[in-house]
Design a protein around this ligand. Structure first.
Ligand code: NIG
Ligand code: FE
Length: 388
């Protein structure tokens, strides 16, 4: 069954060969979807026939958002902690342990229902690919369970046993790293594509992070790193050195960190929801973009530092607070996320790619930042199927 989406007022392809600028913008465009894939992209006037026809009525079409950093397998929330922060308390990541306790106490069905709910929320806001981390179990069984549950929803699963040292190992962090790189990794690797570590004071230092990432890599998991979120540190350099797909947060960067990212295949993933919800200073996106680094935007959805599933919100904040242009922010939330997940089949509207499409109730992708907080989703197709 093929579908012609025509009368697209403005189409973001992210393929400079198909249209103007880095977004590969096309006006008065059409897209033909055949099964799960995009079969044709071009001017509406030249579109081939298809079995079905959808009139986009002059609105904007873009690739579905690619959220390359989320922590969705958890129970409970941390409203009180958020409230305290909004009356002046600092974020320390110590609250992770609150969520660990709630998550361990939850049933598989409860955790699965939460993931389902958050993914539905994300879909309503135009997200068609979501990465999902473990990290709120911190025992062999609870981390493996989190990844099993995540893997039922997305192929982009990340083993984050090294989120913080488990409470049982408070006096023996080295013992916890042994567990994370040993028995826990054995149990989790079959369900995970990626390995991640929170490289930060109070979590894991550079040597511990290296041990976690190299052990994961030996088991076929590709590294990504929570790096330089709360302070300067070795995370970004380690990510680049180990060929990580992504260094995430990148809030505190030296000139050397920026240069290392710019000269590497490691994507700088910025998570403005975290700075918003912890009332912290935003990362300097301009500095990274001007240096030539690839930048992604993601939600970091988690109950502590960033409880949002909205990529549109992240785009709006990145434009207003991080000196990104609307074009750069939309690129980072689509193609940027795809690069951070080393995917070439999503994040673009290009022949042969997956038909993951977001139609906006707006004439241009710029409205995502221009009309903050407004639900602009008109329709979503996921792998060619109308999902919304
Ligand atoms: O990416 N930085 C570490 N992990 C999460 C926060 C987790 C939490 O506070 O529960 C993050 O911001
Ligand atoms: Fe995170």
């Amino acid at each position: 069954m093929s579908l012609l989406i025509t009368n697209i007022g403005s189409l973001v392809t992210n393929d400079p060969a198909l249209g103007e600028g880095p977004l590969g913008l096309l006006a008065d465009a059409a897209v033909v979807v055949d099964g799960e894939r995009i079969a044709w992209v071009g001017p509406a006037a030249a579109a081939p026939a298809a079995d079905e026809r959808y009139d986009a009525a002059g609105r904007a079409l873009l690739p579905g958002f690619v959220d390359s950093h989320a922590h969705l397998v958890f129970a409970g929330d941390r409203t009180a902690e958020f409230n305290a922060r909004m009356s002046g308390q600092a974020y320390t990541a110590g609250g992770i342990r609150t969520t660990v306790a709630a998550t361990r106490a939850a049933t598989d069905a409860e955790l699965d229902a939460n993931v389902t709910r958050f993914l539905a929320e994300a879909l309503r806001q135009g997200t068609t690919t979501v990465e999902c981390k473990s990290g709120y179990g911190l025992t062999v069984a609870d981390e493996a369970r989190a990844l099993r549950i995540a893997a039922a929803h997305t192929p982009e699963t990340t083993y984050l046993g090294a989120h913080v040292v488990a409470p049982e190992f408070a006096d023996d962090p080295a013992g916890y790293v042994d567990l994370v790189t040993g028995e826990m990794l054995d149990a989790c690797a079959p369900h995970a594509r990626w390995v991640d570590v929170f490289c930060e004071r109070g979590a894991f230092d550079g040597d511990q992070a290296r041990a976690v990432l190299t052990a994961g890599a030996k088991r076929g998991l590709t590294p990504r790193v929570h790096a330089n979120q709360l302070s300067y540190g070795p995370g970004v350099q380690l990510a680049v050195e180990l060929g990580a797909a992504s260094a995430d947060h990148c809030t505190h960067l030296t000139d050397e960190d920026v240069a290392a990212l710019a000269g590497s295949g490691t994507v700088a993933t910025l998570l403005p929801g975290a700075e918003f919800s912890t009332r912290a200073a935003y990362p300097n996106a301009r500095r990274l973009l001007d240096a030539g680094a690839t930048v992604a935007l993601s939600t970091d959805c988690n109950p502590g530092s960033s409880f949002t599933t909205s990529m549109a919100f992240c785009v709006a904040v990145a434009v207003r607070e991080m000196a990104m242009t609307p074009d750069e922010a939309v690129h980072a939330a689509t193609e940027g996320g795809a690069r951070a997940l080393r995917r070439t089949d999503v994040g673009r509207v290009t022949p042969g790619g997956r038909a993951d499409l977001l139609l906006l109730d707006a004439p241009s992708h710029v409205h995502l930042a221009y009309r903050p907080g407004v639900p602009l989703t008109a329709a979503v197709w996921r792998a060619g199927v109308r999902a919304l």
